[in-house]
Design a protein around this ligand. Structure first.
Ligand SMILES: *Cc1c(COP(=O)(O)O)cnc(C)c1O
Length: 509
């Protein structure tokens, strides 16, 4: 990031205070100040897209505290200091849209979506009523209906809401499922359920699913973990065995969360087979497609991965992941209309008066367990307007194509890289092999050693600031790298850079 001296306000403005801005005073000063902030932001956008600029300037927390002045002062600071604060904030921020950032499921800096976020911030409204967000509420309606139609033709008349993240979206699914089965729970509480509720999800599922069991009073022991196969997909026969086992103990199996695009391996549970079991035992099927949902937009990759999704009762789908919408943007969809409202409605009289001027069907606030809700729709709507369905489809296909390229390059260098499994998505899981382990037959011992070097290499990546790739262990293996390609900035050259940079950073280990 450039230094703050590149962002100088005029001498007459620099020493003024926030009380010299609107709404207190001066239009010209306000415009100059805002223009300067925008200049700082534009510089960050340029640097994010510059491959010669580092992804991050890493400092340890103790050092960072010394470099930055984060204290809240007694007397307000002047406008130039605020500009300088903006500059230094971005100077030490990780550039998550950098073409060499492969670290997270949410990456990239979509310019249109970002512009939408700027507008959202400026409009600064709350999404609970049509009264104060008329345009945004209608947009939300249109986009949510469009997404449901993409999930399945029988979903058009369902219901959806944008939630603060996939974890909360999963929680909404759980709440609606319990409400559907036990409509009295809302008023009468836990005593209305005669028996132990149990839910099921695979050992690869996102931890937020299990968290529903603890938040909602089941206890995590009653979130039954179903084993997955070697490719990370839930084993339907195991699900059925565990359902029967719990029924035999007098429990009430009611909810199954399958995952479409697991967080670590990018695997897809077999939805149709799981749907059959859910129908047989009268359980709600939720599909957590927070990560893999984007592939619904691709004719080429949707099947077989998401085949059967229209049989679900609810679907979580995070545009802020594969679709590259700015954080955060997460959606939860229901096939049946009315459940969100009847489950969550509290009829707060000061917000949701039934005798308003307009059709109060458009007020969303009583469908959610929040009160106020952030406007996450505009940036998605604008981005979708820009791309069209076709643009998103191309984007999905491109990400998958780049992942296939990475797999191909890894296979071409078996001395340096070990591919852990054929990915179904853009998660590429592998070990890097340093010089001393090359030509040594792969074994459990070699895995342990290759696992040990992952954190060292990650440390080197962060110190050099040239690359970011995530690593983790799972219950089958020690640490391994999980590379994510979900940014429109990435090209084949960047993948070549990634592989050669890993070699540069790790060959001597
Ligand atoms: C990321 C993810 C979530 C959680 O989404 P947040 O928006 O981070 O809360 C849930 N499920 C899956 C499969 C995910 O990959």
């Amino acid at each position: 990031m450039a230094n703050s001296h590149d962002f100088k306000l005029s001498a007459s403005t620099a020493n003024l205070k926030c009380t010299d801005l609107l709404p207190y005073k001066n239009t010209d000063v306000t415009l100059e100040f805002l223009q300067k902030v925008v200049d700082v932001l534009k510089e960050f956008v340029m640097q994010t897209n510059d491959r010669n600029v580092k992804i991050l300037d890493f400092r340890h927390p103790e050092d960072m505290k010394k470099i930055l002045d984060l204290e809240i002062p007694e007397q307000g600071l002047n406008l130039q200091t605020l500009i300088n604060d903006c500059v230094s904030t971005l100077k030490y921020q990780v550039k998550t849209g950098h073409p060499h950032f492969f670290n997270q499921l949410s990456t990239g800096l979509d310019i249109v979506s970002m512009a939408g976020e700027w507008l959202t911030a400026t409009a600064n409204t709350n999404m609970f009523t049509y009264e104060i967000a008329p345009v945004f509420i209608l947009m939300e309606n249109v986009v949510m209906t469009h997404m449901r139609e993409i999930i399945g033709s029988n979903w058009k008349n369902g219901d959806s809401i944008l939630a603060p993240g996939g974890s909360i979206s999963n929680l909404y699914a759980f709440l609606a499922a319990r409400h559907k089965m036990f409509p009295n729970y809302k008023e009468k509480g836990i005593a209305t359920i005669q028996g132990q509720l149990v839910m099921f999800t695979s050992d690869q599922s996102h931890y937020s699913v299990k968290s529903c069991a603890s938040v909602c009073g089941l206890g995590t022991d009653n979130c039954v973990i179903v084993p997955s196969d070697i490719n990370g997909r839930m084993i339907p026969a195991e699900l059925e065995r565990l359902v029967v086992d719990r029924k035999g103990r007098g429990h009430i199996p009611f909810f199954v969360a399958c995952t479409s695009g697991t967080t670590v391996l990018g695997s897809f549970d077999p939805i149709n087979e799981i749907a059959d079991i859910c129908e047989k035992y009268g359980m709600w099927m939720h599909v957590d497609a927070a990560w893999g949902g984007g592939l619904l937009l691709s004719k080429k990759y949707r099947h077989p991965r998401l085949t059967g999704i229209e049989r679900a009762s609810s679907v979580t789908w995070n545009p802020h992941k594969l679709m590259g919408t700015l954080l955060q943007c997460s959606t939860i969809h229901f096939k049946e209309d009315g459940l969100l409202m009847s489950c969550n409605q509290m009829d707060a009289e000061y917000l949701f008066m039934p005798d308003k001027l307009y059709d109060v069907e458009y007020d969303t606030g009583d469908k959610v367990i929040q009160c106020g809700r952030h406007n996450d729709i505009f940036k998605l709507w604008l981005q979708w307007r820009a791309k069209g369905d076709e643009g998103f489809e191309k984007h999905m296909d491109r990400l998958m194509e780049l992942s296939a390229y990475m797999v191909k390059r890894i296979k071409e260098m078996p001395d340096k890289f070990y591919l852990i499994l054929e990915p179904e998505m853009v998660n590429v899981s592998f070990w890097y092999i340093p010089t001393r382990w090359r030509g040594v037959a792969h074994s459990a011992q070699r895995e342990v050693e290759l696992g040990k070097i992952c954190p060292i290499m990650k440390g080197r990546m962060m110190q050099s600031g040239t690359l970011m790739v995530g690593y983790q262990p799972d219950d089958r293996r020690p640490n391994f790298f999980r590379n994510i390609i979900s940014s429109a900035a990435v090209t084949e050259k960047d993948i070549d850079f990634l592989l050669s940079e890993l070699d540069r950073l790790g060959h001597d280990l």
